[in-house]
Design a protein around this ligand. Structure first.
Ligand SMILES: Nc1ncnc2c1ncn2[C@@H]1O[C@H](COP(=O)(O)OP(=O)(O)OP(=O)(O)O)[C@@H](O)[C@H]1O
Ligand SMILES: [Mg+2]
Length: 468
């Protein structure tokens, strides 16, 4: 431990104060106060006190009242109360009110030392758990799934509605669309968020391995089963079990899975004893599971059990307007992570990335931005930083040094085609079209003006040609 834990001794008896202070100052930074009032005023000045050792019976404010005030004003500070022999009842009362522990006088110093170090450790653990929980919520809460497209707005609504229920959820979408991220968000937003989130990647294991992975096994259940082992169902008790790539599980395991979902109990491999679990199942697949059912590869009854809430995740190219948002987010993330001073991206580079199809979806975009940030030499990402395969796929100019003009070349054509298509889809409504495209109405107007100018120029050219 870097610094000594800080203690505060509160006792009206000077001998006790001095005695404790002498005994404890080797391992702790020790403060002392002769009354609860003095202790509270000291806490105002030294807020980082870890543990208070307070006498229970003191003139003026007693130890119990001090405990209540400390809990209200300094919830991180733990209290250990010291009582005279025979007043155990009030000590029990103190425990009920949230004291960490109590000791009867005369005090056994070894016992006290052990109690304090245990208190400090448990407080540190509490703080670590708290900060990890905050980090997890930040990483996996809904607000950290980026997207403002219509598809994603709908998705957020379904997730918010479904998360607090106990319903099974089936997330379907192509690879890299964020299925695992959504599964974690549902867990975080559910009543089970304090319980475990356990993921099983079903495609990675053979049928028999998957069976013992899911259900566990008893000692000697099969060759190599030297010890009893808990399965993922047991590990997820009280929390959420995430079954990824569910389409790939063997029919024999599909039957077992159906039984657990229906009866909420199962036996370990090689075991007789039924084990009850309280879990919520979220499954994910990048296949069309209905099609698997039609082909007889997936049990229909299991499909219906899993598919109580159906969450489709669209491919990235169908999320109009989300690419620039994701770029901004990933750019910031990787610039910070790599200590790079990359502050933005040119509109031309954004346009190239927007025109690309993203077969690997958000994962591919995320990896691309990471690569671009890491290799970038300037303080802004430009078309030159876009990996060649993406530039080529979009027909963007590949000549180094040449800047892309949005009013000339095929990139502009791609953009124009897209804008015109969205406009048509929205029956000419520019406000709706601009929203769907993720640009302002002003920008849309400007672009349309540019296109009509270009059309006019083209026509002019044609007429001139004819007259020559
Ligand atoms: N909307 C989003 N906002 C921010 N990051 C996202 C979003 N969607 C996906 N990601 C990120 O993209 C990567 C891929 O997401 P994830 O692993 O959830 O995809 P998946 O659908 O489970 O893919 P696969 O089918 O290949 O397992 C992760 O790094 C994830 O954090
Ligand atoms: Mg996944």
């Amino acid at each position: 431990m870097a610094e000594k834990p800080v203690l505060l001794i509160v006792d009206d008896d000077k001998n006790t104060r001095d005695g404790l202070q002498r005994a404890l100052q080797r391992n702790y930074e020790v403060h002392a106060a002769e009354s609860a009032e003095a202790a509270l005023s000291l806490l105002g000045k030294v807020p980082e006190i870890d543990v208070i050792l307070s006498d229970l019976r003191m003139p003026g404010t007693d130890g119990l009242s001090l405990l209540r005030r400390v809990q209200a004003q300094h919830p991180r500070t733990l209290c250990i109360l010291l009582t005279a022999y025979g007043s155990v009842e009030s000590a029990v009362e103190a425990m009920k009110q949230g004291a960490y522990d109590f000791l009867t006088k005369p005090i056994n110093l070894d016992h006290l030392d052990m109690l304090i170090s245990r208190a400090v450790k448990s407080r540190d653990l509490e703080q670590r758990v708290e900060s990890l929980e905050i980090q997890l919520n930040e990483r996996y809460g809904l607000e950290h799934i980026t997207g403002e497209s219509e598809a994603m707005t709908q998705l957020f609504d379904i997730v918010r509605q479904a998360a607090p229920t106990q319903a099974s959820v089936l997330i379907q979408g192509p690879s890299g669309t964020g299925k695992e991220l959504v599964a974690k968000a549902i867990h975080r937003l559910s009543t089970r968020s304090k319980g475990p989130f356990v993921a099983v990647h079903c495609a990675a294991l053979s049928a028999s391995l998957l069976e013992s992975e899911l259900f566990g096994h008893e000692k000697g259940a099969f060759t190599g089963a030297e010890n009893q082992r808990k399965g993922r169902f047991e590990m997820a008790d009280g929390g959420t079990l995430f079954l990824d790539e569910i389409s790939e599980i063997d029919p024999s395991i599909q039957v077992k899975l159906l039984r657990v979902l229906e009866e909420r109990n199962f036996e370990r491999v090689g075991g007789q004893q039924p084990i009850n679990v309280d879990i919520r199942v979220i499954a994910a697949t990048n296949r069309d599971l209905r099609e698997y059912v039609a082909q007889g590869k997936f049990r229909e009854d299991l499909f219906f059990r899993l598919n109580v809430v159906d969450i489709p995740l669209p491919p990235l190219r169908e999320r109009d307007g989300d690419v620039p948002l994701l770029i901004t987010r990933f750019l910031k993330e990787f610039a910070e992570k790599n200590g790079k001073n990359v502050e933005g991206i040119t509109p031309e580079a954004v346009a190239v990335l927007q025109a690309y199809e993203w077969p690997g979806n958000v994962r591919e975009l995320r990896n691309t931005i990471e690569k671009m940030v890491v290799l970038c030499r300037g303080d802004k990402l430009t078309v030159r930083d876009v990996p060649p395969n993406i530039r080529e796929a979009c027909d963007a100019p590949t000549l180094p040094g040449r800047s892309v003009s949005l009013t000339g070349g095929s990139l502009a054509d791609t953009e124009e085609r897209k804008i015109r298509a969205v406009l048509e889809k929205n029956k000419g409504n520019k406000t709706k079209a601009a929203r769907e495209l993720g640009i302002s109405r002003r920008t849309l107007h400007r672009k349309l003006r540019e296109y009509s100018l270009r059309d006019a120029e083209k026509q002019e050219g044609a007429i001139n040609h004819e007259t020559i």
